[in-house]
Design a protein around this ligand. Structure first.
Ligand code: NAP
Length: 489
């Protein structure tokens, strides 16, 4: 007997939509997406800062089965990516499957009935056979823990909550942070502000960005000669997977990359003192490597200062550094990243025996079999779960692997009505042992970043090429799962 289980997906970003597309393409219709916001898009809806773009080229940063021939450029801007997500969602009639403005607060596995009870912020309770978290790793902005944070009297905002009503023209602006977000908006705002002070705690490893505008000739070629489009996607994928190997299996591959970054900096930053400040003092690859052609030139502008003395406090009028200097500014922009290691927070998830997921993961940090399934949390599947972020590559490729796997699990459960599956503790343990062995020698151990939690465990990154993850997740194997049926009443 086959009874397609009901599936609730939390989040309508690339992960949630990707799973919905996978299910719909397989003819599985029994799913609903719950989205707390009023629109789909996840991080591509939220991050609207000037210059917001993807540093993975669009031919790869797109669904493999929905290629787009007419991307305006190779590295797309946020608006174009968001539009792409919207148009594909429309094409597959997904909006009618999304309940917007519905924020999940708690979910509890009901062992008597073998279903999940999912509670939402508006007080409703929904019941589902399968629960999928697709809330991403970068949806919750992190503010630095600095004294006086709330005392600043001028406008201040996080990069992911850009306040477009604040006119930066002619203003003294403080930018805190030098990550992937900051290096995109600093070149955009620097020409218009009065003075920009960049408070840098760590210098970034920056590579040239091989960006290009796609012309009508490109668009026609990609549309009418698909092998050209496929060749570009393949080349980009192979390059990124090679870079991923430089972080893991083939460390010597990093030397040409380091040489390229050094050359890029030397070419773009003629001033020796500034170049010294902008030279990273930690292992390449430890934090995310960045691509930019306009970040260093922006920092050489006469109206830009790079301040490397640590911030001591935020004051009502600006920022005080450790050397006692007061930097008076009109606006503060926090490019200070996200709470990436707090998977699924702030939702409370309770599995078998009332176990709380955040307690299970405390104090060491989040872990899951294949990054997808957690022992004692039956029929809970994670998209973009622990150790599935890529140091190099397209997250969409990784999400497609997860979606295929979860679709197979749903099919398996469809043939076994009432059953639930949770990763076997032994399977999860040997998976984690294997992961930890591979993570041991990666550069991610040698600095602090959002890839690691306070205990030092690397909870976010996948240690290998994306194709290895695809191989590991190619088949849902019931032997790796404990099965249960509802308890008799
Ligand atoms: P991030 O990479 O976590 O960077 C946060 C920055 O804030 C770091 O430079 C950090 O310094 C600094 N910082 C934090 N607290 C500070 C303090 N108290 N004082 C001084 N500096 C402080 O955040 P992000 O730039 O938003 O990027 C997060 C992730 O989002 C990226 O790694 C990437 O995966 C994703 N992203 C992707 C794209 C894309 O193009 N695909 C674009 C933007 C973001 P330390 O390094 O010293 O900790």
């Amino acid at each position: 007997m086959s009874h397609t289980p009901s599936i609730l997906i939390i989040g309508a970003g690339f992960a949630g939509l990707g799973l919905a597309l996978e299910l719909r393409r397989a003819g599985i219709e029994s799913f609903t997406i719950l989205e707390k916001a009023g629109d789909l898009g996840g991080v591509w809806r939220e991050n609207t800062y000037p210059g917001a773009a993807c540093d993975v080229p669009s031919p790869l940063y797109s669904w493999s089965f929905e290629p787009k021939s007419d991307w305006p450029r190779r590295f797309s801007l946020q608006h174009d990516i968001h539009e792409y997500m919207r148009s594909i969602a429309e094409k597959y009639r997904l909006p009618s499957k999304i309940r917007f403005g519905t924020e999940v607060t708690d979910a509890e596995f009901d062992e008597r009935h073998g279903v999940w009870q999912v509670r939402t912020a508006d007080g409703a309770t929904l019941t589902t056979d399968i629960l999928v978290s697709a809330v991403g790793q970068l949806s919750r902005p992190a503010m630095p823990n600095l004294p006086g944070l709330d005392t600043f009297t001028g406008p201040s905002f996080h990069s992911a909550e850009w306040d477009h009503s604040v006119d930066l023209t002619g203003k003294r602006v403080a930018c805190i942070g030098t990550g992937a977000s900051a290096i995109q908006y600093i070149p955009q705002i620097a020409p218009g502000v009065g003075h920009l002070t960049l408070f840098q705690r760590s210098a970034a490893w920056v590579l040239p960005k091989p960006d290009t505008e796609y012309t009508p000739v490109h668009h026609a070629l990609f549309k009418y000669v698909p092998p050209t489009r496929l060749a570009e996607r393949f080349l980009i994928w192979a390059t990124f997977d090679l870079l991923a190997l430089a972080l893991t299996d083939v460390p010597w591959l990093k030397y040409p990359v380091i040489a390229l970054a050094d050359h890029h900096r030397a070419k773009q930053v003629p001033d020796e003192e500034l170049r010294r400040k902008l030279t990273p003092d930690y292992a390449a690859g430890c934090k995310r490597g960045l691509f930019s052609n306009d970040y260093f030139p922006a920092l050489t502008r006469p109206n830009v200062t790079v301040e490397t003395t640590a911030i001591e406090a935020i004051t009502p009028t600006g920022i005080r550094t450790g050397d006692g200097l007061e930097h008076e500014v009109d606006v503060i922009i926090f490019g200070t990243g996200f709470k990436g290691t707090e998977f699924l927070a702030p939702m409370n998830i309770y599995g078998r025996g009332g176990r709380k997921l955040s307690d299970e993961w405390s104090p060491e940090g989040a872990r899951a079999y294949l990054g997808i399934s957690v022992p004692d949390f039956p029929n809970l599947f994670l998209m973009y779960g622990p150790n599935t972020n890529v140091g190099s590559g397209s997250i969409i490729y990784m999400l497609e692997s997860q979606a295929r796997y979860i679709r197979q699990a749903a099919r398996y459960l469809a043939d076994r009505p009432g059953r639930s599956v949770a990763a076997r503790a032994t399977a999860e343990q040997s998976w984690d042992d294997w992961l930890q062995r591979r993570l041991q020698d990666t550069p991610w151990n040698f600095c602090s970043s959002w890839y690691r939690n306070a205990s030092g465990r690397i909870t976010n990154n996948w240690p290998g090429a994306t194709i290895l993850f695809r191989w590991k997740t190619r088949r849902f194997d019931p032997a790796d799962y404990d099965e249960s049926t509802p308890e008799p009443h």
